[in-house]
Design a protein around this ligand. Structure first.
Ligand code: T4K
Length: 400
């Protein structure tokens, strides 16, 4: 029999629905023994980093999986974006969405390239190619598209604008491993694409990422830049950095790769269950994925319409947190509201109405292998309770 939470929520003095926290971003752990075996081999080999055999194998396997010529493993996607930015020659101003994780903007700024924020298409949450041309100035050298939630940007339109204005184009594909665009895997587009394999991503290497490209010269340049710019033992030809992935991370990556299909399967199962939860609730609009394309289903994203519920997104997050459902407000606030960008561009919000609206509505819910159908069922009950008792809850939360 289904449990009813009427008056039972923590908000009304009851115990939290979840005794243990249910996190967004709980890492998926592959076969433990396979990982430990690999770590043991690594220790026996005494080769811990600097282009070791696991890194090499991971790069090859990922390149095959994506169907791309070159894959360069890196220590995280933020450094990956910095490397790609510098290697393609971005300077001056680069157009990016503000609706992204702050790393996209910081990677540019760290290279002393100014991120210029462009609004998004509210239907896709991705940068709106129609608005890009208005943002181009004589200082503009490139565009960074972000495949938010793993849903590809309008790559064709972005490529067209980039070609027309002779701009570099790279993609922040932090969310988009195992996703496709018009039948082709993400990782093949623009000058280069950058993936994140952070612990919170469905495929993880603890910390890590990769840069992919089909351009031989660019790949060679990025590879050297990842290792301080060394071209041979005693010769440095670029301003490089230390962007290398460690062998322990690559061991985790190889292990994660073995369970990738299983994890996507669980994500898809959870996605369908959440979809059922929200299907009859107009107050919540769930982000849906194009099932004719490949997708990792790693994000469960819902837009909360306060005008129908009377409960704001932030109130809902509070309610969830009280029940130990650690929902997140990705991405809030928009990058343009954070330092240094809000000081550099204090009026940016006037040009970003869709971003402003969306950042106040989105909520990210837990999924992945740590989340079962019974958990989603409990979340369903919390939400329904909240909707049914919205006036009472609102009064309680606002102290009226
Ligand atoms: N571009 C985009 C579009 C991105 O989303 C990101 C990263 C990047 C670029 C940069 O990629 P990396 O340089 O990181 O490779 C988290 C992640 O740290 C970040 O990688 C990710 N995007 C972002 C969306 O989320 P925070 O500050 O929200 O992390 P934190 O510590 O609050 O953890 C998130 C949740 O995960 C918490 O509920 C706790 C849980 N968690 C986390 C870790 C690390 C665990 O349960 N276990 C863990 O080991 O940024």
């Amino acid at each position: 029999m289904k449990k009813s939470y009427t008056k039972d929520l923590a908000l009304f003095g009851g115990p939290p629905v979840f005794a243990e926290s249910l996190h967004v971003g709980r890492p998926n752990i592959g076969n433990r023994q396979r990982l430990l075996d690999r770590i043991n081999d690594m220790l026996d080999r005494r080769w811990l980093t600097n282009n070791g055999p696991y890194v090499h194998e991971l790069e090859q396997r990922l390149a095959e999986f994506i169907g791309v010529k070159h894959c360069i493993a890196v220590c995280n996607a933020t450094i990956g974006l910095e490397l790609a930015t510098r290697a393609v020659g971005m300077k001056g101003e680069v157009i990016i969405p503000s609706f992204t994780f702050i790393a996209t903007a910081h990677a540019l700024q760290w290279q002393e390239v100014t991120p210029v924020f462009c609004d998004i298409d509210p239907a896709t949450h991705n940068i709106d190619p129609q608005r890009i041309e208005d943002m181009i100035t004589p200082r503009t050298t490139g565009i960074v598209g972000v495949h938010v939630w793993g849903r590809p940007c309008d790559i064709e339109a972005l490529t067209e604008v980039a070609n027309k204005h002779n701009l570099c184009l790279i993609f922040d594909a932090a969310h988009a491993l195992a996703c496709s665009y018009k039948g082709k895997m993400i990782g093949n587009f623009g000058d280069a694409e950058v993936f994140s394999f952070h612990a919170t991503k469905f495929f993880n290497t603890f910390e890590g990422g990769a840069i992919t490209t089909n351009d031989d010269d660019l790949a060679e340049k990025i590879r050297l830049m990842t290792n301080f710019g060394f071209a041979g033992r005693d010769t440095v030809i670029y301003i490089g950095t230390n962007g290398k992935m460690s062998e322990a991370s690559a061991a985790m990556g190889l292990t994660s790769l073995e369970s990738l299909d299983k994890v996507v399967g669980v994500n898809y199962r959870n996605y369908q269950a959440y979809h059922e939860v929200f299907a009859d609730m107009l107050e919540f609009k769930m982000v849906v994925y194009d099932e004719t394309e490949k997708c990792n289903y790693q994000y469960i994203i819902v837009e909360v319409d306060e005008t129908i519920t009377g409960i704001s997104r932030d109130q809902l997050v509070k309610i969830f947190h009280a029940e130990n459902v650690l929902a997140r407000r990705y991405f809030y606030p928009g990058c343009h509201e954070m330092e240094p960008y809000c000081s550099y561009f204090p009026h940016a919000r006037l040009l970003l109405p869709e971003t402003e609206r969306l950042t106040k509505k989105v909520i990210s819910l837990p999924t992945g292998t740590a989340v079962g159908l019974d958990d989603i069922d409990k979340i369903n009950h919390i939400i329904r309770f909240v909707v049914e008792h919205s006036e009472e809850i609102n009064a309680r939360l606002t102290g009226e």
